[in-house]
Design a protein around this ligand. Structure first.
Ligand SMILES: [Zn+2]
Length: 192
């Protein structure tokens, strides 16, 4: 029960409910659940190209030939990637940073996978859509990325855009509704 209570969003009472449910559940189900939880970290890992979670070397989005490889959307987390996927409005591929610039917390540019991004962008990418959240860290990361892309010879001609401010300032992409996030994506503008 103590371990269940450490799961995000699970308080003491929910942990108790889950524990009682598991005590009464069929043995097969409990064994299968335990097995898939313990295998999770072995089977699922970040995509070698974009950082999305996958069980293969490259994720389903990177290997989908129907997706436009000319547009790359940069997000902070895999949850944000999923939020954008749910809008059904983004035809391109992704690059997951895994962190945002936060100088006060000791997260600097060297902690973000920016060299890997610059490396990718050289090959036929026309536009980079920066979809970091509308927070101090998200905005700082967007500006830093725009400068890094414009400052590199290989990527100087690439359009760097930022999702529109339809998403409330300080808000979380993950919790923005699909329509709002879809509009923010459609209304993206070039970063000056
Ligand atoms: Zn991928």
């Amino acid at each position: 029960m103590r371990l269940l209570g450490r799961l995000p969003g699970v308080g003491e009472r929910t942990a108790q409910r889950l524990a009682f449910f598991l005590l009464r559940a069929p043995r097969d189900y409990v064994t299968a659940l335990g097995g898939s939880i313990s295998e999770l970290q072995e089977r699922v890992h970040p995509c070698a190209r974009c950082g999305n979670y996958t069980e293969e070397e490259a994720c389903a989005i990177c290997t989908d030939e129907r997706r436009d490889a000319g547009v790359v959307c940069v997000v902070g987390t895999v949850q944000d990637l999923m939020a954008i996927e749910r809008t059904g409005r983004f035809p391109g591929r992704y690059h997951v940073l895994g962190a945002l610039l936060a100088p006060l917390d000791g997260v600097g540019p060297e902690d973000l996978p920016i060299p890997a991004l610059l490396e990718r962008i050289g090959d036929g990418v026309r536009e980079v859509v920066v979809a970091t959240p509308p927070t101090v860290e998200g905005e700082a990361t967007a500006l830093y990325l725009a400068q890094a892309l414009k400052g590199s010879n290989r990527t100087a001609c690439v359009r760097v855009t930022r999702i529109a401010s339809g998403v409330q300032y300080g808000g979380d992409l993950e919790y923005a509704d699909q329509v709002t996030l879809g509009r923010a994506l459609d209304g993206r503008r070039e970063i000056e």
